[in-house]
Design a protein around this ligand. Structure first.
Ligand code: GLY
Length: 377
């Protein structure tokens, strides 16, 4: 038997030892194989992923990290994490008790991507199911499709045995919707453009008055993870923009926008103004930036610059001519480097933060902002 080490054996040995192969003398014509640093398990999410526990012992990032370290499939672990928020009535931007649409109906969006399997699934404008992330996963696993919406998504879920409820509002979410209705002048119903602007303004007023958490106005948790083998997955789930027009779908269930995972490179996902992200397909852009060798922080800041440059409509600009909205990305590379980046360091008086869990435990950290603090308008 030959003593020659095949390229595959060499790479496998190199990975185990965490070695860089390019400089080895074993090859007279050295192949350009650079073995990445051995990854370490990491879970990253929006800040709400280290806040809500739904009465249980762990937050989303803790739960997902513990399961990943135990050897569970990365996507299963992440979904078990976001389920905590979907089921928690106190988290009014995700799942059960999420802030409803303009008609008072809770419509949920979610997507998931499995890096190693190269598969994805999503649902949009889904009513009556508390855990849309699990329905998105079923779309991924059981169909040849990537996205089911509305009644079709609900009927798919019903057929699989998901419980369908008439109403996912809580007393809290319904009370806030009634307050929004009270503030929205019915006269505006004559003009759909002005009506939408008035509805949006009333929502922002409620944020400014502290009735709605700024981060919950657009709702959402994005959660991405990597295990020690470098397997990457991600999930995003939301009740979407509060008081949206019925049927409005944001960035969360759209692959490349609210979530993108490439198992060779990294993962990215978002919270904040979905329309700004959809126009720029920014999670895909960020992952492509990682592929070019950028650090997660630089990859995300580059995407925020693009979004800022593409924000030209006056109604979307503040007194300084900058985007008048919050948008945050959560970014994870295959080797376990991560960053949270945001349009502003602080928006509506709230610091832009993200959550992470590593072998050091869960932490809530400040995002890198493209711009400083958003001006109070
Ligand atoms: N980013 C959540 C949404 O806009 O629906």
């Amino acid at each position: 038997m030959s003593n020659r080490v095949t390229r595959r054996e060499f790479v496998a040995t190199g990975v185990a030892a965490g070695m860089v192969a390019a400089a080895t003398p074993l090859f007279s014509e050295a192949p350009s194989v650079v073995v990445p640093k051995a990854p370490r398990p990491v879970v990253i999410s929006s800040a709400n992923g280290n806040r809500y526990k739904n009465g249980g012992p762990r937050t989303c990032v803790e739960e997902a990290f513990e399961r990943i370290v135990r050897g569970e499939d990365v996507l299963d672990a992440l979904i078990a994490g976001v389920n905590i928020l979907e089921l928690d009535p106190e988290e009014d931007g995700v799942g059960f008790g999420g802030l409803p649409n303009a008609d008072g109906v809770v419509q949920l969006d979610s997507s998931c991507m499995h890096g190693p399997k190269r598969r994805a699934g999503a649902v949009a404008a889904l009513e009556g199911v508390r855990t849309p992330s699990l329905v998105a996963k079923a779309v991924m696993e059981l169909t040849d499709h990537h996205l089911l919406v509305g009644e079709g998504a609900q009927s798919f879920a019903r057929n699989l045995g998901f419980k369908i409820e008439d109403d996912l509002n809580t007393e809290h979410s319904r009370k806030l919707w009634l307050e929004w209705k009270r503030r929205t002048d019915p006269k505006h119903y004559l003009d759909p453009v002005e009506r939408a602007a008035a509805g949006y303004r009333a929502g922002l007023e409620m944020v400014a008055e502290g009735l709605i958490d700024a981060q919950h106005f657009w709702g959402t948790i994005n959660c991405d993870g990597v295990n020690a083998k470098g397997d990457l997955c991600g999930v995003t789930t939301t009740s979407g923009l509060a008081w949206k027009i019925a049927g409005r779908v944001g960035d969360s269930p759209i692959l490349g926008a609210g979530l993108y995972v490439d198992n060779d490179v990294g993962a990215a996902g978002s919270t904040g103004r979905g329309e700004a992200n959809l126009y720029n397909v920014a999670s895909y852009l960020i992952v492509e930036n990682l592929r070019r060798g950028l650090h997660p922080k630089d990859a995300g800041i580059d995407a925020l610059r693009r979004i800022k440059a593409n924000t030209v409509e006056k109604r979307l600009l503040n007194s300084r001519g900058n985007p008048d909205f919050g948008l945050t990305f959560y970014i994870l590379s295959k080797s376990g480097e991560y960053a949270g980046v945001s349009m502003y360091n602080a928006y509506e008086g709230k610091l832009a933060q993200f959550a992470v869990c590593t072998d050091k435990g869960p932490e809530t950290l400040q995002c890198e902002g493209l711009l400083g603090e958003a001006p109070a308008e």
